[in-house]
Every structure is written in structure tokens, then in C-alpha cells.
Design a protein around this ligand. Structure first.
Ligand code: FRU
Length: 512
């Protein structure tokens, strides 16, 4: 019984859990800072999980602090992750922590910013040198090869700041009349650009073009520089080209910036790369994302397009939420259904087992009575436990002779009843009154006493005795079924056959 129930529970558990059998990958995302560019990327990563629903993303932002990022990477390692996606704040300081992850055998995707080692699985991001170079070319062309230029650099020691600077220098170095007045140090924030300009003691008058290494710093520069003398004609350009009011695209549309460069986030592609690595599919180690220049000519169109994409994104979010809810409901319903099926099956098993137990009990009781009455000699009937034990008699040989137990009042009564029944059973006319009379009892007295001792009525015992005798006769003599039926007091052989079958589960013809 136990085994059956255990198998059943196991089957139900397997069925209810089979939809969860797919492995869930834990992907940790370590962001160097929190800003609109990184928020966009995080949202795209989350949206990527609509396609890969076997992914669990965990995000951490270091707020521009190397120490914090190192700590967060160590925490990710403690918590356990299948893959790390990381944008290191500064190259030199954060790289060793990333190396540790890689050395542990955990795949690492470096995105947007680089490390100073080869210990990573893949890189994905735009070409920052090329972007700096293209911005240099753009500015030099706009200035027709002549003018005063100011650069505001991103966070010191971060790879895009170094590469954009190198690319920019590479481009303007071909223009001898372009003067790079200064490369001021910012940290990617608007405030840092404002602070850097205010702190500069050199001549910042008559700047023709400012190259902010990102849009936020370019806008910050414009806020301070525009207040200085002879700066009304200064033009500004940056990098990122983000959608949304107040960001790069809108700033170009509104002529706050002359140009920007879309620095792609492409979180969905980053997640796809992660899944290819985790699922053992082919992937490229170096993945370059395409960037593109934004000017007044295309800013409006690009803005409209990205607004449309944002709108569609919201629709997808909504649909995803709906389908998530629906799937959850379905899951719950399935669990409830299987639990109901399980309970019904368990109940059925319990009913069958109880029924079988009951049948067994009844059969055993009958067997006991019949054995007691007709198969076991009266002397072997058990003595009543209350009677005091007699000391065992020791034989001359020294062997202890078992004392035959004294028949009890009940067993003596039953023995007598057996004699009466056996003497009368061939008489088909015999009644309970006759049997009672033979025992000097009234019909009621006989009934009560027999019922109390055997839990069967005198008629039932008479019938059992007849059938047992019939069994003996059929098995040991040549008498046919009718002869035996009459011999044991049945008046109709067909009724005898039915009773015989009920009693022994076989037909009398099986024995004759
Ligand atoms: C966002 C950001 C961008 C910049 C990039 C460089 O955190 O500051 O503005 O283009 O990082 O990594």
C-alpha cells in the first residue's frame, strides 16, 4: 500500500513540476554607474528575457566607484552566477576582480568599457576610437580646417574616455590650423563638465567647437561657456544620441548640440550573446555595435523613430505582463487539477483497501468459527485464560508432560451443538426449534448463545456444516452432486450448487 501511494505521489510531483524542468541561468549585470544610457540598456536586457524565459537577471550599479564595483562583483560570486556581464568603471582597478570571476570558470561578457586583461569570454560594444575620430573629422570639416577646439573628457582611466580622446586626436592632427585649446577632465556627468570649465585657468574665449565625450558633458559645457565673453558662436557636440526629451537627440533637434553620435546600447544583443555562450552555441569574441552620426538633418526622424520604438516597447511590456499572468493562472490550475486527481486516486485506493480489509476480516471470522466447530477436535479448543494453571506433571522419564487443557463451558456447549447439527443435518426438514429441543433449550436461548459465541446464527452454522460435509463427500466418495445435496439436507440440487459456489468459490462439479 505504502509503495503504491509513494509511486502515485512521485508521479504527481513529476507531472506538476515538468514545466519547470528547464535550467534557469543566473546572469549578473555589474554596471559602473546609473544614468539614462545604462537604464536604457538594463531595460533592453530585461526585455530580452521575454525571448529567453529561462534567465534570471540580477543588477548592481557601482555609482562610479571602483571599490563598490569590486565589492559587488565579489558578492555576485558569493551568491552564485552562471555568467557576468560587466562594464568596468576604470580599467586598472576593476580588472583584477573580473579576472577572478573568469579564473573561476564563470563566463564574462565585457560591454561598453574594457578591462586591461584578456580574461573575458567576449566583448560587445561600439568602437570608441572610431567614434572619437569621426567626431574629430566632423568638427574639422565644419570649421573648414581652422578653429579653436575644446575637449571635455569622460572619467579618467575608463576605456571609452581614453579611446575617444585618441580617436579625436588622430582626426584633428591632420588639420594643422585646428587648435586643441585643452582636454579637460570630466567624469561623464553634466556637473563634472561644468566644474572642469570653471576650474580651468587658461583662455577659453573664442572657442569654436566643444567636443564633449558624451552629450551630458557637452550640454554641461554649454551651460557654463555660453556665459563667457566671445562664446556666443561656440558649437557643441557630444556622444550617446539618446532618445527622450532633454537627451541627445532632442538636444540636436533643438540646436543645443550641433551633433551627436548614437552610442548603441542593444541590451537584447548583449543577452543573446550571453545565452549563446551559456547554451554552448557558436559566438564571436569581439562584437562591434554600429553607431551613427546625428545632426539637425536626421535628429527629428531619429527621435520620431525611437519614440515609436518606445511605444511598441510599452505594448510588448503590456502583452508580456498579460501572458505572464495567464501562464501563472494556467500553472496554478494545472497543479490544482493534478492534486484533485491525486486525492481522488488516493481515496479510491483507500476505499479498495478498506473493503479488502473488511472482506478479510469477515472471511477470517467465518473460518475461525468453522474451524472451531467442525475441523478442530473439541479437546483442542482453547481453555479460558482466567482458569488457574495446574502444575505440570513430571513423567517417570523426567520429561514434562503437557497438561491437556480443560474444555471451557462455551467449548463444551459448541461441541454439543456440533454433535446435534451433525446428527440432524441430513434431515432437510430440521428446524432451529428441533436443534434447540435436542439441546434442551428454547429456540431463542439457542440463537442467543450460538450468536454470542460464534457471531453466527444457528441456521448459518447448520448451512456451513452441510456445505463442509458436502465438500468432504464430493472429494472422497463417488456420489454425484444430487446425491450429496440430498445427503446433507438440501431439497434442491440447483440451490445446493449455488450455495456451494458462494461458500467455496468453486462449483461442486469441480470436485465430483
Ligand atoms: C553612460 C556613459 C555614457 C558614455 C558611456 C561610456 O554611463 O557615461 O554617457 O557614452 O558611459 O562608457
Amino acid at each position: 500500500m505504502c509503495k503504491t501511494v509513494l509511486y502515485l505521489i512521485a508521479i504527481i510531483a513529476i507531472i506538476t513540476s515538468c514545466s519547470k524542468s528547464e535550467k534557469t541561468y543566473k546572469i549578473a549585470v555589474s554596471q559602473c554607474s546609473e544614468d539614462i544610457w545604462r537604464n536604457k540598456l538594463n531595460e533592453e536586457l530585461k526585455m530580452g528575457t521575454y525571448v529567453h524565459n529561462n534567465v534570471e537577471l540580477s543588477f548592481a550599479s557601482a555609482d562610479g566607484s571602483d571599490e563598490k564595483q569590486i565589492e559587488q562583483i565579489h558578492q555576485f560570486m558569493k551568491d552564485g552566477m552562471d555568467l557576468l556581464i560587466v562594464a568596468p568603471n576604470q580599467i586598472a582597478t576593476v580588472s583584477p576582480a573580473i579576472d577572478e570571476v573568469f579564473d573561476k570558470g564563470i563566463p564574462v561578457i565585457v560591454f561598453d568599457r574594457k578591462t586591461n586583461s584578456e580574461k573575458f569570454t567576449a566583448f560587445i560594444g561600439a568602437d570608441n576610437f572610431e567614434m572619437g575620430r569621426l567626431m574629430g573629422e566632423y568638427i574639422a570639416t565644419k570649421l573648414k580646417g581652422k578653429g579653436r577646439v575644446l575637449e571635455i573628457m569622460g572619467l579618467k582611466g575608463s576605456s571609452p574616455a581614453i579611446e575617444r580622446h585618441n580617436g579625436f586626436l588622430n582626426a584633428i592632427s591632420s588639420y594643422p590650423d585646428i587648435v586643441l585649446v585643452a582636454s579637460l577632465q570630466g567624469d561623464w556627468t553634466e556637473e563634472s563638465a561644468m566644474k572642469a570649465i570653471k576650474a580651468y585657468h587658461g583662455d577659453l574665449s573664442n572657442i569654436d567647437f566643444v567636443f564633449g565625450q558624451n552629450d551630458r558633458m557637452a550640454v554641461g559645457a554649454s551651460k557654463v561657456l555660453s556665459k563667457l565673453p566671445a562664446s556666443h558662436h561656440t558649437k557643441y557636440c557630444g556622444i550617446d544620441g539618446l532618445p527622450g526629451e532633454g537627451n541627445g537627440l532632442a538636444s540636436v533637434r533643438d540646436s543645443i548640440l550641433e551633433a551627436s553620435y548614437i552610442y548603441p546600447t542593444h541590451g537584447d544583443e548583449v543577452l543573446q550573446l550571453a545565452m549563446d555562450i551559456l547554451e554552448g552555441k557558436p559566438y564571436k569574441k569581439d562584437n562591434r555595435l554600429m553607431a551613427s552620426l546625428v545632426t539637425k538633418d536626421n535628429a527629428r526622424v531619429l527621435l520620431l523613430q525611437s519614440e515609436e520604438l518606445t511605444r511598441q516597447g510599452h505594448n510588448i511590456d503590456f502583452l508580456h505582463e498579460q501572458s505572464d499572468n495567464y501562464l501563472q493562472q494556467l500553472d496554478t490550475q494545472r497543479v490544482i487539477t493534478w492534486m484533485a486527481v491525486g486525492i481522488i486516486v488516493l481515496l479510491l485506493i483507500a476505499i479498495v483497501l478498506l473493503y479488502r480489509y473488511h472482506l478479510n476480516k469477515v472471511t477470517m471470522q467465518r473460518e475461525r468459527v468453522i474451524n472451531t466447530l467442525w475441523n478442530i477436535p473439541v479437546e483442542e479448543l482453547p481453555a479460558e485464560p482466567a482458569e488457574p494453571e495446574q502444575p505440570a506433571e513430571v513423567a517417570e522419564s523426567g520429561v514434562v508432560k503437557p497438561e491437556p487443557s480443560e474444555p471451557t463451558v462455551d467449548s463444551r456447549f459448541l461441541a454439543r451443538f456440533k454433535e446435534v447439527v451433525e446428527a440432524r443435518m441430513s434431515d432437510s426438514e430440521v428446524s432451529v426449534e428441533d436443534l434447540a429441543a435436542d439441546m434442551n433449550l428454547s429456540r431463542v436461548q439457542l440463537y442467543r448463545k450460538v450468536k454470542a459465541i460464534t457471531d453466527s446464527s444457528p441456521v448459518e452454522l447448520l448451512r456451513t456444516a452441510r456445505l463442509k460435509r458436502a465438500y468432504q463427500l464430493l472429494a472422497t466418495t463417488d456420489k454425484n452432486i444430487s446425491e450429496v445435496a440430498y445427503d446433507v439436507g438440501f431439497t434442491a440440487p440447483s440451490y445446493f450448487t449455488k450455495c456451494f459456489k458462494d461458500e467455496f468459490g468453486i462449483s461442486p462439479s469441480d470436485l465430483s
